[in-house]
Design a protein around this ligand. Sequence first.
Ligand code: ADP
Length: 251
Amino acid sequence: MTHLSFDDRVALVTGAGSGIGRAMAVAFAGAGARVVVCDIDAESAGRTAAGIGDAAVAVTADVSDEASVTALVETAIGAYGRLDVLCNNAGVLDSMALPADIPVAMWERVLRVNLTGTFLVTHAVLPHMLSRGRGAIVNTASEAGVRGGAAGAAYTASKHGVVGLTRSVAWAYAREGIRCNAILPGPTMTGIATNATFDPAGIARLGPVLALGERMAEPERMADAALFLASDAASFVNGAIVPVDGGWSAA
Ligand code: ADP
């Protein structure tokens, strides 16, 4: 178990107000970490942090805004003095429209939050990890990060970008003691999958092809994978793009 312990470590989780991010924050705290709970939604960030208790601090920040990200990382370092784990999880979905119908503003917003946001937080956290010669980054990509058609083009392109960024960061800093991996959540029971812009019938159609128990995943299953990837038990896992989908993508 010691390999999965995060005692004396600090984790920053973005998009931790709900869904997968919240499950990650709770899981890292449960494994001994102090957790910086970041979300653009102050109320939900506060709820996640309050649920964890003394080992968490809530920070309201917009990962797509450079000044906001700078303030986020300054607050995190001010609170706990270090950052050992970064989970880039904040994300938004597009409208599932066909490419010809995607408003340009929506394209830019989805790329800005999902891809540039992941870059901005990574960019701001890396100097702190490099100065200590250790760190683990886990990016929440998506099945749509390695294949098309699973979601709208903007979301798909943004998550393909996250996969590329993951591989770049993994290569760039392997010798500096910093690992970077990504998870590819399959259909998961979170707000992003059930919000008004997502076709519920589409989710229902996925049901029969889910290999493990024909069910959507609980967000906790994504947190389990992130915990492993960020832990010392994964010390030789770097640049991995890990499906967490009950076998869905194996079909
Ligand atoms: P999932 O858990 O599947 O990723 P959710 O919609 O439940 O989907 O969670 C995404 C989280 O990311 C939400 O809590 C949302 O408020 C947060 N989020 C969205 N955009 C941003 C942003 N620009 N900066 C920080 N957090 C964001």
